[in-house]
Design a protein around this ligand. Structure first.
Ligand code: ASP
Length: 343
């Protein structure tokens, strides 16, 4: 009899301990987003355009935060958040994707789970309505990390992910951006790399419209997601940093979750996202110090324009950029903030 009581007591204590370990902690739940960086200044913004961006960024934050508050995972939150921005023509992702030099829309996306270090990415796809959902399927339903082009599209179709006609991605604004840039290409080629010459590639204030999200859920797990149409006038088959794990996207519970936006070639060479995580892991930098070191020093030296959002396991985050502006925002304790300009 007494033995049974001890046994019962032991069982009770064990389950109490494991409950305490897995008990969700909503106080640190955080979601941070970006909608691209570039020469985004008050001068080249209209009040209507600014309002539209602010509203959409806020909607994306609210959708993702609702997922986290209901006990959803950081992966669910970043996917839901990014989908809102993919479905909006305002951003260079999904519906608002930019055009390649051939007049096509070729998209890249990646997602990473900070708890398991599993990742999935797709590149150069032209028919997947929500590339981020396909990237997640690669992570969860295949034994691969990265799939590209026709193969990735076939896989998405097999996973019952929504496929659309490439004409779905046509937007007049983006098409006109390509026409303007095409005329200027000669000037661009005459220049030699670096941020200065980028001025000739891009005409609009909204240079890099990639979207991304990083989240911390109530179970203490981080996740990151990035999706993009790449760069206007890019050559066919060109892949940027967004789907390269460690360059434009990275998440590790031991350090941070990062999503980047900017001139992809530089972000790949500077291994931006992983470098931020590495500074935290090996040098004990704070998320702010690590993100600033890479974006404001290393990237600037490389000549790479853009920015990142980075979030650690305690809900500390940083949103540095070395361009004129970056669409960005965060939500924590129910309080959402959205920013566009430097100050
Ligand atoms: N990083 C993206 C790329 O190079 C562009 C962007 O951020 O808008 O493909």
């Amino acid at each position: 009899m007494r033995k049974n009581v001890y046994l019962l007591l032991a069982c009770f204590l064990l389950s109490a301990v494991s409950f305490a370990q897995t008990k969700p902690d909503y106080s640190k739940v955080t979601l941070v987003i970006h909608g691209g960086a570039g020469t985004i200044t008050r001068q080249n913004m209209t009040p209507e355009k600014e309002k539209a961006y602010r509203e959409k960024l806020n909607e994306a934050l609210q959708v993702g935060y609702a997922v986290l508050k209901k006990g959803g995972t950081s992966l669910d939150a970043v996917e839901a958040t990014v989908k809102v921005m993919e479905d909006s023509p305002l951003f260079n992702a999904g519906k608002g994707a930019v055009f390649t030099s051939e007049g096509k829309n070729e998209m890249d996306a990646a997602i990473m789970d900070g708890k398991t270090l599993k990742a999935g990415s797709i590149a150069s796809v032209t028919t997947i309505k929500n590339p981020i959902t396909a990237a997640r399927a690669v992570m969860e339903k295949s034994e691969h990390v990265m799939m590209i082009g026709a193969g990735a599209e076939k896989f998405a179709q097999m996973q019952q992910i929504e496929i659309v006609d490439p004409s779905y991605f046509y937007t007049e604004t983006r098409y006109q951006q390509l026409q303007k840039i095409k005329d200027k290409e000669k000037t661009q080629l005459d220049h030699d790399g670096g941020t200065g010459s980028n001025e000739n590639i891009f005409t609009e204030g909204n240079k890099f419209g990639t979207v991304g999200a990083v989240a911390l859920d109530a179970y203490g797990n981080l996740a990151a997601a990035t999706t993009t149409g790449g760069m206007t006038n890019k050559r066919y088959g060109r892949v940027g940093d967004a789907p390269i794990i460690g360059a434009g996207t990275y998440a590790d519970n031991a350090s941070c979750a990062v999503s980047a936006t900017g001139h992809g070639e530089y972000f790949i060479r500077a291994v931006v996202a992983h470098d931020i995580a590495a500074l935290m892991k090996y040098k004990n930098y704070s998320v702010k110090k690590a993100a600033e070191e890479v974006v404001m020093k290393k990237l600037v030296e490389f000549g790479g324009e853009g920015g990142v959002i980075a979030l650690d396991r305690n809900g500390n985050f940083s949103m540095p950029f070395n361009s004129a502006g970056m669409y960005r925002g965060a939500i924590k304790n129910g309080k959402a903030e959205v920013y566009i300009y430097k100050d």
